[in-house]
Design a protein around this ligand. Structure first.
Ligand code: ZN
Length: 288
């Protein structure tokens, strides 16, 4: 396993980690200050700054991307809405390509309307079918753009509103369904927050292999967590054995960036951004 104790070259900053402190241009400057060479920006932050300017800033600072957040949200109430969702995903692919991202991360969606508190139905099987169809259709477009799709399984607590793909096994089954010949262009983003509890995790990481693992995200699971979305912990503050999972991921052949992704409304989003980045770097060396 790679030694992260002396260098944070492999650290990527998911820009949501400091989204309350800074806008994208300030985040890019801060990364330069802290010697962070890789980022994973969000579409809303890029839109806020303008796609062309975001690309210029990233290139001017010599930054690489570890992913682009995010596409997905395929299930919808009718065919027109599903088509609109797919079209929006095409634009996400275009943006990811313009920014030089190695993949587009997909949070695939759940029951339509659930994110707004009003689910249109209770048929999770239907949603999963729409996800499969959506990923298959997007894959055709993404292959033209040479933009790999990274399906991120989300913890089952998000099955209703954010993702009906909830285990790594399920995400890999989906990859196999849309890419049975393993021709490439589709894989998974493994986020320890979502998968750490899974008794099949080690076996499924091995099954994924080098060609299917497109991204690796780290943070920590806090006991007595106070919010299902916005109370992620800093690495080392929770119960996830992050080095054990990284060992499996690297054992499968992954050598890419380890992306720090922390949504923390009550804690880290309240602190000065420079303190957050310095802590990310320190914990990257000791707890990842
Ligand atoms: Zn993630």
């Amino acid at each position: 396993m790679r030694d992260f104790s002396r260098s944070h070259d492999a650290l990527s900053l998911n820009t949501a980690t400091v989204r309350k402190q800074w806008r994208l241009p300030e985040i890019v400057d801060a990364c330069a200050r802290h010697g962070i060479r890789t980022i994973a920006p969000w579409r809303d932050q890029v839109a806020d700054c303008g796609l062309a300017r975001a690309g210029e800033l990233i290139r001017a600072h010599g930054l690489a991307l570890s992913g682009y957040c995010r596409g997905g949200m395929f299930p919808a109430i009718d065919a027109a809405a599903r088509r609109a969702a797919l079209e929006d995903n095409f634009r996400a692919v275009d943006e990811a390509a313009a920014l030089g991202s190695p993949c587009l991360v997909l949070v695939v969606g759940g029951l339509p309307g659930a994110l707004d508190g009003a689910p249109a139905h209770r048929d999770l099987g239907r949603a999963r079918g729409e996800v499969r169809d959506g990923v298959a259709a997007l894959l055709e477009y993404a292959r033209e753009a040479a933009m790999p799709l990274a399906i991120e399984p989300l913890h089952p607590m998000y099955a209703a509103d954010r993702s009906c793909v909830n285990t790594l096994e399920q995400a890999l089954d989906l990859c196999d369904a849309v890419d049975p010949g393993r021709g490439g262009g589709v894989g998974v983003a493994i986020d320890v927050y979502h998968v750490w509890w899974d008794p099949k995790l080690a076996a499924q990481v091995a099954r994924a292999g080098r060609d299917r693992i497109l991204a690796f995200h780290v943070c920590d699971w806090l006991v007595r967590t106070t919010d299902l979305l916005l109370d992620r912990g800093m690495m080392g503050d929770g119960v996830i054995d992050i080095p054990a999972i990284r060992r499996w991921v690297e054992g499968a052949g992954y050598r890419g960036a380890c992306e720090v992704e922390i949504f923390s409304a009550g804690n880290w989003w309240q602190r000065p951004g420079d303190e957050v980045l310095a802590t990310c770097i320190a914990r990257f060396g000791s707890c990842v």
